[in-house]
Design a binder for this molecule. Structure first.
Ligand code: NAD
Length: 299
Protein backbone atom coordinates (compact mmCIF):
# COMPACT_ATOMS: atom_id res chain seq x y z
CA UNK A 1 0.00 0.00 0.00
CA UNK A 2 1.44 3.41 -0.86
CA UNK A 3 1.15 5.87 1.97
CA UNK A 4 0.19 9.50 1.55
CA UNK A 5 2.33 11.89 3.62
CA UNK A 6 0.24 14.65 5.17
CA UNK A 7 2.08 17.93 4.61
CA UNK A 8 1.21 19.99 7.68
CA UNK A 9 3.73 22.65 6.76
CA UNK A 10 2.06 23.41 3.43
CA UNK A 11 -1.42 23.17 4.97
CA UNK A 12 -0.52 25.56 7.79
CA UNK A 13 0.94 28.06 5.30
CA UNK A 14 -2.33 27.99 3.38
CA UNK A 15 -4.33 28.38 6.59
CA UNK A 16 -2.18 31.34 7.63
CA UNK A 17 -2.75 32.96 4.19
CA UNK A 18 -6.48 32.43 4.55
CA UNK A 19 -6.46 33.97 8.05
CA UNK A 20 -4.45 36.90 6.62
CA UNK A 21 -7.04 37.48 3.88
CA UNK A 22 -9.92 37.34 6.40
CA UNK A 23 -8.08 39.71 8.76
CA UNK A 24 -7.68 42.19 5.87
CA UNK A 25 -11.40 41.83 5.12
CA UNK A 26 -12.65 42.55 8.68
CA UNK A 27 -10.25 45.48 8.87
CA UNK A 28 -11.54 46.96 5.59
CA UNK A 29 -15.23 46.16 6.11
CA UNK A 30 -15.63 46.68 9.87
CA UNK A 31 -12.56 48.63 11.05
CA UNK A 32 -11.70 45.62 13.24
CA UNK A 33 -8.00 44.92 13.80
CA UNK A 34 -7.72 41.55 15.61
CA UNK A 35 -5.00 41.66 18.27
CA UNK A 36 -3.10 38.92 20.09
CA UNK A 37 -1.23 39.49 23.37
CA UNK A 38 1.51 36.96 24.12
CA UNK A 39 2.80 36.82 27.69
CA UNK A 40 6.15 35.24 28.51
CA UNK A 41 7.45 34.94 32.08
CA UNK A 42 11.16 34.16 32.49
CA UNK A 43 13.70 33.19 29.85
CA UNK A 44 13.22 29.50 29.10
CA UNK A 45 15.03 29.17 25.72
CA UNK A 46 12.41 26.90 24.11
CA UNK A 47 9.59 29.22 25.24
CA UNK A 48 11.45 32.23 23.83
CA UNK A 49 11.69 30.49 20.44
CA UNK A 50 7.95 29.62 20.47
CA UNK A 51 6.96 33.14 21.50
CA UNK A 52 9.13 34.77 18.80
CA UNK A 53 7.62 32.50 16.21
CA UNK A 54 4.06 33.22 17.39
CA UNK A 55 4.70 36.98 17.21
CA UNK A 56 6.34 36.81 13.78
CA UNK A 57 3.50 34.79 12.31
CA UNK A 58 0.86 37.05 13.94
CA UNK A 59 2.41 40.04 12.19
CA UNK A 60 2.63 38.11 8.89
CA UNK A 61 -1.11 37.40 9.12
CA UNK A 62 -1.83 41.11 9.74
CA UNK A 63 -2.82 40.75 13.41
CA UNK A 64 -1.87 43.38 15.97
CA UNK A 65 0.78 41.75 18.16
CA UNK A 66 1.33 42.78 21.78
CA UNK A 67 4.35 41.33 23.58
CA UNK A 68 4.65 41.17 27.38
CA UNK A 69 7.97 39.76 28.49
CA UNK A 70 8.22 39.58 32.26
CA UNK A 71 11.15 38.64 34.44
CA UNK A 72 11.45 35.21 36.09
CA UNK A 73 10.73 36.72 39.54
CA UNK A 74 7.38 38.23 38.52
CA UNK A 75 4.88 37.39 41.26
CA UNK A 76 1.61 35.57 40.64
CA UNK A 77 -0.26 38.72 41.74
CA UNK A 78 1.61 40.85 39.19
CA UNK A 79 0.85 38.38 36.42
CA UNK A 80 -2.84 38.25 37.42
CA UNK A 81 -2.91 42.08 37.34
CA UNK A 82 -1.55 42.05 33.79
CA UNK A 83 -4.15 39.46 32.75
CA UNK A 84 -6.90 41.64 34.26
CA UNK A 85 -5.64 44.64 32.23
CA UNK A 86 -5.51 42.59 29.01
CA UNK A 87 -9.02 41.26 29.69
CA UNK A 88 -10.26 44.89 29.74
CA UNK A 89 -8.19 46.08 26.75
CA UNK A 90 -10.50 46.29 23.72
CA UNK A 91 -7.59 46.19 21.25
CA UNK A 92 -6.64 42.73 22.60
CA UNK A 93 -8.91 39.93 21.35
CA UNK A 94 -6.71 36.96 22.23
CA UNK A 95 -4.45 36.33 25.24
CA UNK A 96 -1.83 33.61 25.30
CA UNK A 97 0.28 32.88 28.35
CA UNK A 98 3.28 30.78 27.32
CA UNK A 99 3.70 27.62 29.40
CA UNK A 100 5.47 26.44 31.44
CA UNK A 101 5.29 29.18 34.07
CA UNK A 102 7.87 29.39 36.88
CA UNK A 103 7.13 27.07 39.82
CA UNK A 104 6.01 29.87 42.17
CA UNK A 105 3.06 30.68 39.86
CA UNK A 106 -0.08 28.53 39.79
CA UNK A 107 -0.62 28.01 36.06
CA UNK A 108 -4.26 26.85 36.46
CA UNK A 109 -5.09 30.01 38.39
CA UNK A 110 -3.54 32.18 35.69
CA UNK A 111 -5.19 30.34 32.78
CA UNK A 112 -8.58 30.51 34.44
CA UNK A 113 -8.14 34.27 35.02
CA UNK A 114 -8.13 34.84 31.25
CA UNK A 115 -11.46 36.04 29.86
CA UNK A 116 -12.81 32.82 28.24
CA UNK A 117 -13.77 34.80 25.13
CA UNK A 118 -10.08 35.81 24.74
CA UNK A 119 -8.71 32.37 25.65
CA UNK A 120 -7.21 31.57 22.23
CA UNK A 121 -5.32 28.57 23.66
CA UNK A 122 -8.67 27.01 24.63
CA UNK A 123 -7.39 25.94 28.07
CA UNK A 124 -9.95 27.80 30.25
CA UNK A 125 -12.34 25.41 32.04
CA UNK A 126 -15.30 27.17 30.46
CA UNK A 127 -13.99 26.50 26.95
CA UNK A 128 -13.20 22.90 27.89
CA UNK A 129 -16.77 22.55 29.19
CA UNK A 130 -18.25 24.24 26.12
CA UNK A 131 -16.32 21.87 23.84
CA UNK A 132 -17.46 18.79 25.73
CA UNK A 133 -21.11 19.92 25.70
CA UNK A 134 -21.07 20.79 21.99
CA UNK A 135 -21.33 24.57 22.41
CA UNK A 136 -19.29 27.11 20.41
CA UNK A 137 -15.91 27.42 22.11
CA UNK A 138 -12.30 28.30 21.51
CA UNK A 139 -10.55 24.96 20.97
CA UNK A 140 -6.96 24.11 21.96
CA UNK A 141 -4.73 24.78 18.94
CA UNK A 142 -2.92 21.44 18.53
CA UNK A 143 -6.02 19.19 18.50
CA UNK A 144 -7.81 21.77 16.34
CA UNK A 145 -4.95 21.51 13.83
CA UNK A 146 -5.16 17.68 13.88
CA UNK A 147 -8.90 17.86 13.25
CA UNK A 148 -8.44 20.25 10.31
CA UNK A 149 -5.94 17.82 8.73
CA UNK A 150 -8.31 14.87 9.28
CA UNK A 151 -11.33 16.66 7.84
CA UNK A 152 -9.35 17.86 4.86
CA UNK A 153 -8.30 14.28 4.17
CA UNK A 154 -11.48 12.38 4.96
CA UNK A 155 -14.32 14.90 4.76
CA UNK A 156 -17.07 13.31 6.85
CA UNK A 157 -15.75 11.37 9.88
CA UNK A 158 -19.15 10.00 10.93
CA UNK A 159 -19.03 6.43 12.26
CA UNK A 160 -15.25 6.11 11.99
CA UNK A 161 -13.51 4.34 14.79
CA UNK A 162 -10.77 6.48 16.35
CA UNK A 163 -8.20 5.98 19.07
CA UNK A 164 -6.46 8.81 20.89
CA UNK A 165 -3.35 7.62 22.70
CA UNK A 166 -2.52 10.06 25.52
CA UNK A 167 -5.07 11.90 27.68
CA UNK A 168 -3.46 15.25 28.49
CA UNK A 169 -5.68 18.30 28.97
CA UNK A 170 -3.96 20.15 26.13
CA UNK A 171 -4.00 17.44 23.43
CA UNK A 172 -5.52 14.02 24.17
CA UNK A 173 -8.76 14.97 25.91
CA UNK A 174 -9.78 17.84 23.59
CA UNK A 175 -8.81 15.68 20.59
CA UNK A 176 -11.16 12.95 21.81
CA UNK A 177 -13.96 15.51 22.27
CA UNK A 178 -13.45 16.86 18.75
CA UNK A 179 -13.63 13.35 17.27
CA UNK A 180 -16.74 12.58 19.31
CA UNK A 181 -18.33 15.81 18.08
CA UNK A 182 -17.76 14.50 14.54
CA UNK A 183 -19.64 11.29 15.41
CA UNK A 184 -16.59 9.04 15.63
CA UNK A 185 -16.51 6.11 18.04
CA UNK A 186 -13.64 7.12 20.28
CA UNK A 187 -11.29 5.10 22.48
CA UNK A 188 -8.89 6.99 24.76
CA UNK A 189 -5.77 5.06 25.76
CA UNK A 190 -3.32 6.13 28.43
CA UNK A 191 -0.43 4.78 30.44
CA UNK A 192 -2.67 2.34 32.38
CA UNK A 193 -4.63 1.02 29.38
CA UNK A 194 -4.34 -2.70 28.70
CA UNK A 195 -3.25 -4.01 25.31
CA UNK A 196 -3.02 -0.67 23.52
CA UNK A 197 -1.71 -2.38 20.31
CA UNK A 198 -4.94 -4.38 20.08
CA UNK A 199 -7.11 -1.29 20.67
CA UNK A 200 -5.07 0.57 18.08
CA UNK A 201 -5.47 -2.13 15.42
CA UNK A 202 -9.24 -1.56 15.52
CA UNK A 203 -9.03 2.13 14.66
CA UNK A 204 -9.57 3.88 11.32
CA UNK A 205 -8.00 7.01 12.84
CA UNK A 206 -5.03 6.93 15.20
CA UNK A 207 -3.96 10.10 17.03
CA UNK A 208 -0.89 9.74 19.24
CA UNK A 209 0.17 12.35 21.85
CA UNK A 210 2.33 10.63 24.43
CA UNK A 211 5.92 11.90 24.20
CA UNK A 212 7.62 8.52 23.69
CA UNK A 213 9.70 8.08 20.57
CA UNK A 214 8.46 5.29 18.30
CA UNK A 215 5.85 3.96 20.76
CA UNK A 216 3.36 3.02 18.02
CA UNK A 217 4.81 0.22 15.91
CA UNK A 218 3.87 -0.74 12.38
CA UNK A 219 1.84 -3.77 13.44
CA UNK A 220 -0.36 -1.58 15.69
CA UNK A 221 -1.74 0.14 12.59
CA UNK A 222 -4.77 -1.30 10.77
CA UNK A 223 -4.21 -1.40 7.00
CA UNK A 224 -5.57 1.83 5.50
CA UNK A 225 -5.75 3.76 8.79
CA UNK A 226 -4.93 7.48 9.07
CA UNK A 227 -2.13 8.18 11.57
CA UNK A 228 -1.70 11.59 13.19
CA UNK A 229 1.51 11.82 15.21
CA UNK A 230 1.55 14.71 17.70
CA UNK A 231 4.66 13.59 19.59
CA UNK A 232 7.86 15.61 19.45
CA UNK A 233 10.89 13.78 20.85
CA UNK A 234 14.55 14.68 20.48
CA UNK A 235 16.72 11.59 20.08
CA UNK A 236 20.39 11.03 19.45
CA UNK A 237 21.08 8.34 16.85
CA UNK A 238 23.99 5.89 16.74
CA UNK A 239 26.19 8.46 14.93
CA UNK A 240 25.68 10.95 17.73
CA UNK A 241 23.38 13.16 15.62
CA UNK A 242 20.38 14.66 17.34
CA UNK A 243 17.03 14.87 15.54
CA UNK A 244 13.30 15.14 16.18
CA UNK A 245 11.04 12.11 15.89
CA UNK A 246 7.40 11.46 16.70
CA UNK A 247 5.61 8.90 18.87
CA UNK A 248 5.06 6.65 15.84
CA UNK A 249 7.70 4.40 14.28
CA UNK A 250 7.26 6.27 11.01
CA UNK A 251 8.86 3.87 8.50
CA UNK A 252 7.02 0.86 9.93
CA UNK A 253 3.65 2.60 10.24
CA UNK A 254 3.96 3.93 6.67
CA UNK A 255 3.83 0.31 5.45
CA UNK A 256 0.28 -0.03 6.80
CA UNK A 257 -1.31 3.43 6.95
CA UNK A 258 -3.14 5.14 4.09
CA UNK A 259 -1.88 8.52 5.31
CA UNK A 260 0.47 9.70 8.04
CA UNK A 261 1.87 12.95 9.42
CA UNK A 262 5.67 13.18 9.50
CA UNK A 263 7.65 14.63 12.43
CA UNK A 264 8.76 17.32 11.90
CA UNK A 265 6.48 18.92 9.32
CA UNK A 266 3.14 17.34 10.24
CA UNK A 267 1.08 18.48 13.21
CA UNK A 268 3.70 20.89 14.63
CA UNK A 269 3.29 23.71 12.09
CA UNK A 270 -0.51 23.58 12.42
CA UNK A 271 -0.49 24.74 16.05
CA UNK A 272 0.54 28.36 15.42
CA UNK A 273 -1.68 28.65 12.33
CA UNK A 274 -4.62 27.59 14.54
CA UNK A 275 -3.64 30.19 17.14
CA UNK A 276 -3.93 32.87 14.46
CA UNK A 277 -7.27 31.40 13.35
CA UNK A 278 -8.55 31.37 16.96
CA UNK A 279 -7.53 35.02 17.43
CA UNK A 280 -9.49 36.04 14.34
CA UNK A 281 -12.51 33.98 15.47
CA UNK A 282 -12.33 35.52 18.97
CA UNK A 283 -12.15 39.04 17.52
CA UNK A 284 -15.17 38.44 15.27
CA UNK A 285 -17.23 37.03 18.15
CA UNK A 286 -16.29 39.93 20.45
CA UNK A 287 -17.41 42.34 17.73
CA UNK A 288 -20.73 40.59 17.05
CA UNK A 289 -19.62 39.36 13.62
CA UNK A 290 -20.19 35.81 12.34
CA UNK A 291 -17.34 33.33 12.69
CA UNK A 292 -14.90 33.59 9.77
CA UNK A 293 -15.00 30.80 7.16
CA UNK A 294 -11.67 29.05 7.71
CA UNK A 295 -12.20 25.72 5.97
CA UNK A 296 -9.49 24.75 3.50
CA UNK A 297 -10.29 22.11 0.96
CA UNK A 298 -7.32 20.52 -0.72
CA UNK A 299 -9.40 18.38 -3.03
P1 NAD B 1 1.64 14.69 28.60
O1 NAD B 1 2.93 14.22 29.16
O2 NAD B 1 0.86 15.75 29.28
O3 NAD B 1 0.68 13.41 28.44
C1 NAD B 1 1.16 12.20 27.98
C2 NAD B 1 0.03 11.20 27.97
O4 NAD B 1 0.52 9.97 27.46
C3 NAD B 1 -0.55 10.91 29.34
O5 NAD B 1 -1.95 11.03 29.25
C4 NAD B 1 -0.15 9.45 29.63
O6 NAD B 1 -1.15 8.73 30.31
C5 NAD B 1 0.02 8.89 28.23
N1 NAD B 1 1.00 7.79 28.17
C6 NAD B 1 2.24 7.74 28.70
N2 NAD B 1 2.84 6.57 28.43
C7 NAD B 1 1.95 5.85 27.69
C8 NAD B 1 1.96 4.58 27.09
N3 NAD B 1 3.01 3.78 27.20
N4 NAD B 1 0.87 4.17 26.42
C9 NAD B 1 -0.22 4.96 26.30
N5 NAD B 1 -0.29 6.21 26.83
C10 NAD B 1 0.79 6.63 27.52
O7 NAD B 1 1.95 15.06 27.07
P2 NAD B 1 1.32 16.14 26.06
O8 NAD B 1 1.53 17.50 26.58
O9 NAD B 1 -0.05 15.72 25.63
O10 NAD B 1 2.33 15.94 24.82
C11 NAD B 1 2.46 14.67 24.21
C12 NAD B 1 3.47 14.80 23.07
O11 NAD B 1 2.97 15.73 22.11
C13 NAD B 1 4.84 15.34 23.50
O12 NAD B 1 5.82 14.72 22.71
C14 NAD B 1 4.75 16.81 23.16
O13 NAD B 1 6.03 17.38 22.89
C15 NAD B 1 3.90 16.78 21.91
N6 NAD B 1 3.15 18.02 21.66
C16 NAD B 1 3.25 18.57 20.42
C17 NAD B 1 2.56 19.72 20.13
C18 NAD B 1 2.67 20.31 18.75
O14 NAD B 1 2.95 19.63 17.82
N7 NAD B 1 2.45 21.54 18.55
C19 NAD B 1 1.77 20.34 21.10
C20 NAD B 1 1.66 19.72 22.35
C21 NAD B 1 2.36 18.55 22.62
Amino acid sequence: MSVSVIDGKAFSARLQDLVGREVAKVKADHGLHPGLAVVLVGSDPASEVYVRSKRRRSVEAGLASFAHELSEDTSEAELLELIARLNEDRSVHGILVQLPLPDHIDADKVLDAIDPDKDVDGFHVLNVGRLSTGKPSLVACTPLGCMMLLQDLLGDLKGKSAIVIGRSNIVGKPMAQLLLAQDCTVTIAHRFSRDVPKLCRQADIVVVAVGRAGLVRGDWVKPGAIVIDVGINRITDADGNSRLVGDVAYDEASQHAAAITPVPGGVGPMTIACLLANTLTAACRQSGLPDPELTLNSK
